[in-house]
Design a protein around this ligand. Structure first.
Ligand code: DC
Length: 231
């Protein structure tokens, strides 16, 4: 590999998408949101009328999904066939359903291989011109790219994560908004935890706790980690 590969994992609301995107933009790297791939797979199954409870049918559908990831951190996009699903995969319908697809092990194998392929392309050429990539998700530091140059687990307290998601989705973090967000964030993390470990850092993975950091402070801390590893 010639380019820089940065792997970032973390639970919902840890801020990993925002941090990863900014890091990629600052360093001139491509940006891969692997959660968006699981969301696109969910969108595709629903679009094709595949029942999510039918694990074999889901795996088969995902294996033939015409997925295209646009990895420009300035305007990342997701296409399935001729449809731009970038906005559609953020719907509550997809957010609620995605764990059923993300906990399907044959699906994980298919997406893991796609993700490794995309990382490889950017490390050697691709849209970054071989400068490299920031890939984020739940199992990037451990399964998809355990040999990445920089591996970060981004964490935050449950309260901080719920408050961030509530502000994102409802515009406020009052008790009502927190309660409405809790199911999505906590249930999803519980389900996802059954197939990936993203609450505790694996060997060699650096933990960055953003509970008491602003967005800018977290980005600066991530930059410092990258510089330390590169040095
Ligand atoms: O980060 P997100 O909310 O967009 O992730 C969507 C879903 O995909 C979520 O249920 C976690 C799952 N996921 C995963 O299992 N492995 C990844 N590498 C990325 C996301």
């Amino acid at each position: 590999m010639t380019g820089l590969v940065i792997a970032i994992d973390g639970p919902s609301g840890s801020g990993k998408s925002t941090i990863s995107r900014r890091l990629a933009a600052d360093l001139g790297l491509a940006y891969l949101d692997t959660g968006a791939m699981y969301r696109a797979a969910t969108w595709w199954c629903l679009d094709q009328g595949v029942p999510l409870a039918d694990a074999d049918a889901v795996a088969e559908a995902v294996a033939t999904m015409p997925l295209e990831m646009v990895m420009d951190p300035a305007s990342p996009a997701v296409r399935v066939g001729h449809t731009d699903v970038t906005a559609a995969i953020r719907s509550t319908e997809i957010a609620t359903a995605v764990s059923a697809v993300a906990t399907n092990l044959p699906v994980r194998a298919v997406l893991r291989d796609l993700q490794r392929g995309l990382i490889d392309v950017e490390a050697n050429g691709g849209s970054s011109g071989g400068r490299g990539i920031v890939a984020e998700g739940r199992d990037i530091t451990t399964v998809v790219a355990p040999d990445a140059h920089v591996r970060i687990l981004l964490t935050a307290s449950e309260h901080a994560r719920l408050a961030r998601r509530a502000r994102e989705v409802h515009g406020v973090d009052d008790p009502g908004a927190l309660a409405a967000t809790a199911d999505q964030v906590l249930r999803r993390d519980r389900d996802d935890s059954t197939v990936a470990t993203f609450h505790v850092a694996a060997d060699g993975v650096v933990t960055l706790d953003s509970s008491h950091l602003s967005l800018e402070e977290t980005i600066q801390a991530a930059h410092r980690l990258v510089q330390e590893v590169l040095a």
